[in-house]
Write a protein that binds this ligand. Structure first.
Ligand SMILES: Nc1ncnc2c1ncn2[C@@H]1O[C@H](COP(=O)(O)OP(=O)(O)OP(=O)(O)O)[C@@H](O)[C@H]1O
Ligand SMILES: [Mg+2]
Length: 232
């Protein structure tokens, strides 16, 4: 596997289940280290960066979002302990999560709390899968990294919310480098480059149009998802 990502661009990673998408992006925030070869950020091997430098540079939204028992605010401040409510609300707006957070109330009587003060249960079992994904995206945005990595973060969202969230991201995180693992081709057709993975190897690289024209694996993925009209 070898590829470069230019600053401020969007790189999509697509491939069948088990092809190595999550493993690949895990190398960036060092959830794993490469057993051979290297991963560089701004020319520096990630293994040479201090933990704090790496956290500042990269925020990853994991495939299985992790929320802990605490308030929405505490969950949002995970990567940026001093983030203001204003910054948190802006991130929630971008992540299409502001409306349901605003409407949330937990506890009764004295313990009643709403909005950012409302409480989330361990693992976020009291919110839907799509809400959990959006909170997890908002948390990554609050950290204001230079590189945002999304591992299949849009699959639990309906098509309209997915599109709205990506448009909001274009505005709020313009200039931020994005790496997006996606199942849905429609989510990534406008990416600057698409990397096609198969059994842990890169089998294709290019734009949607380029891959459509000459990549068998990509075509098969597209054919399984889009109607002829969508492709056109
Ligand atoms: N902790 C682990 N220990 C051993 N093998 C693993 C581990 N995690 C993943 N694998 C294996 O590595 C390969 C790649 O897995 P990975 O999770 O990166 O795939 P993926 O492309 O993200 O799949 P999906 O689309 O289902 O999320 C698979 O064969 C998987 O079984
Ligand atoms: Mg995965």
């Amino acid at each position: 596997v070898s590829f470069a990502v230019a600053p401020g661009t969007t790189t999509a990673i697509i491939g069948s289940t088990g092809s190595g998408k999550s493993t690949l992006i895990s190398l960036l925030p060092r959830l794993y280290d490469a057993t051979s070869g290297e991963v560089l950020v701004d020319g520096v091997p990630v293994t040479d960066l201090a933990r704090a430098e790496l956290t500042e540079a990269v925020a990853l939204v994991p495939q299985k979002p992790y929320l802990f028992s605490g308030t929405v605010r505490e969950n949002m401040q995970f990567g940026a302990p001093d983030a203001s409510d204003e910054r948190i609300w802006a991130a929630l707006e971008t992540a299409q999560a502001a409306d349901f957070v605003r409407a949330r109330t937990t506890g009764k009587g004295e313990a009643a709390a709403s909005g950012l003060d409302s409480r989330l249960s361990q693992g976020g079992t009291d919110v839907s899968g799509g809400q959990r994904q959006r909170l997890s995206i908002a948390r990554a945005l609050v950290a204001e990294p230079r590189i945002l990595v999304f591992d299949d973060s849009f699959s639990a969202l309906d098509v309209t919310t997915d599109a709205r969230l990506r448009a909001a991201l274009d505005r709020a995180a313009a200039g931020v480098t994005r790496i997006v693992v996606a199942q849905r081709v429609a989510t990534i057709t406008d990416a600057d480059q698409i990397i096609v993975l198969d059994e842990g190897r890169v089998v294709g690289r290019g734009t949607h149009a380029e891959l459509l024209a000459d990549n068998q694996t990509y075509r098969e993925i597209v054919d399984s998802q889009l109607t002829a009209e969508d492709v056109a």
